[in-house]
Write a protein that binds this ligand. Sequence first.
Ligand code: AP5
Ligand code: MG
Length: 215
Amino acid sequence: MQLIIFGAPGAGKGTMAQNIQKFKQFSHISTGDLFRRHIKEKTDLGKLATEYIEKGLLVPDKVTEDLIRHELDMIREDFILDGFPRNIAQAEALDEILQDFGIKLTACVHLDIDPEIVVERLVNRMSCQDCGAPYNLIIKKPKVENVCDECGGQLTRRADDNEETIRHRFTTYHEETAPLIDYYKKQGLLMTVNCNEGILTKLDQVWEELSALDK
Ligand code: AP5
Ligand code: MG
């Protein structure tokens, strides 16, 4: 099964991708996570990505497309693309990459959410700097403040989870990413999930629908 998950910042793309793994092992490819790894390792790509991520802008298409081509070339099995494509040019590039590799998409899952819910989620999001375990100060607090329950590592916030950058991320989403709804609707691949009440309650239903598509 080859899936795309897209949606506004904080819609729950990462959370959904991780939870779908309850049903099936997938390679979870998140462009945001890949960029953050490069930033942590201080690579040239990391330096370039920082300039865009801290402003809530998209990293240039060519760089991002090359990264995805490389990742998919290594995998080619069941995968979830989280945060790619993010505009029409990237969607067209992905079509080409998949054609080159002889892969067909199963579905493009759009996580639809009210922006007001999301800002509160993002300013309360933290994760462990050592093991990456996710926390949220509203729904999943650590037992000890700023300390990871799993490994005792320190919890940190993402540099782009401040109100100003979040606002820019939303503008970028509406201007560049939202047109993907029509793009994938026309291809008959769009599956919309209303996430205002939380996505985890819908996980079984989402998986059932995806499994039906894969037959
Ligand atoms: P990226 O890392 O993809 O960030 P994003 O799109 O802003 O999305 P997030 O990761 O913030 O949110 P999410 O939807 O994964 O939600 P999550 O599950 O964490 O991209 C970062 C940047 O990298 C971009 O701005 C751009 O600069 C660059 N970039 C990335 N891809 C690119 C591309 N293709 N091209 C160019 N540039 C690119 O959930 C959020 C929070 O809510 C968590 O705390 C979670 O615990 C909580 N939560 C989740 N679900 C629920 C629920 N049901 N109820 C309550 N809380 C919930
Ligand atoms: Mg994410």
